[in-house]
Write a protein that binds this ligand. Structure first.
Ligand SMILES: O=c1ccn([C@@H]2O[C@H](COP(=O)(O)O)[C@@H](O)[C@H]2O)c(=O)[nH]1
Length: 271
């Protein structure tokens, strides 16, 4: 999906919501655990209930890898179930020497047909570039992550003055354009968004951390929206585990709708 198509979807749904499919066998409702493929059954119902309110879905690969072959099958079935007009992010946080990165890219872009993959930038240009060789596919580089430990490295001041995350934003612009590169910025770090928007005014940002991690959708939207929206805001646990009963899907749908309605207001106001 290219940038224009993504923005068209955002306008059509008045939403920049990404639903995180962090589907955990121990957290899904009891009655689903007896199904043939419990993770897929859970995801299917979550997708059906939230599809009107979300433009993107983000399966976190760890939750599927943890189950070996069966988990990969659940993941592939989930991705195949998602409609063509939603943006699919493999939250895999990959990146390695070039020939290995190329294989990761082929796995997620060719085998699984994801639109985007999260990539750790710290092995540098030759570890990121292989992911950028796929037309209309996206690399989402970790810039300023939502976790407390992100500051251990990302906020370190380099001798030249920049913090490490700022250097990631600046340097990576030599590798690809805003038609193929996005950045992860945690909702818990919303105070950095004004600075981030000065460095990358036109790039999309993937913003996790609204919901369970306590990030503010209002703050993120106020400081992060640009003229083409420029945001995909993720919520995983706050939507998919909002209810643990047989009504889980309809409650997830209501949670997604609440976020979408708030987003529709911010789009009117700031975009
Ligand atoms: O900085 C980051 C990068 C990735 N994540 C991922 O996003 C979701 C957040 O889940 P919630 O349940 O909404 O907290 C999860 O998959 C993380 O691995 C992040 O949180 N922060």
């Amino acid at each position: 999906m290219n940038k224009k198509q993504l923005f068209d979807q955002i306008r059509a749904k008045a939403s920049y919501l990404c639903v995180g499919l962090d589907s955990d066998i121990h957290k899904i409702p009891e009655h689903l655990r007896k199904a043939d493929d419990p993770l897929f059954e859970f995801n299917k119902q979550i997708i059906d209930a939230t599809i009107d309110y979300a433009v993107a879905y983000k399966p976190n690969i760890a939750f599927y890898e943890a189950h070996g072959l069966k988990g990969w099958e659940s993941l592939m079935k989930t991705i195949a179930y998602l409609p063509d007009d939603v943006f699919i992010i493999a939250d895999a946080k990959r990146g390695d020497i070039g020939n290995t990165s190329k294989m990761y890219a082929r796995a997620f872009f060719e085998q699984m047909n994801c639109d985007a993959i999260t990539v750790a930038p710290y092995m540098g240009e030759d570890s990121v570039k292989p992911f950028l060789d796929f037309p209309e596919k996206w690399v989402i580089l970790l810039a300023l992550t939502s976790n407390a430990g992100g500051k251990d490295f990302q906020n370190l001041a380099l001798t030249e003055g920049d913090q490490l995350y700022e250097r990631v934003l600046k340097k990576s612009q030599d590798w690809g354009s805003d038609e193929e590169l996005m950045y992860v910025v945690g909702a818990t770090k919303a105070e950095a968004l004004t600075n981030i928007r000065q460095i990358v005014p036109n790039h999309f940002l993937l913003v996790p951390g609204v919901g369970e991690q306590g990030g503010s959708l209002s703050e993120v939207s106020r400081h992060g929206l640009n003229s083409e929206c420029g945001l995909l805001v993720n919520s995983s646990r706050g939507i998919i585990y909002a209810d643990g009963s047989k009504s889980f899907a309809s409650v997830a749908g209501s949670k997604a709708r609440e976020l979408q309605q708030e987003m529709a207001n911010y789009l009117e106001k700031y975009c």
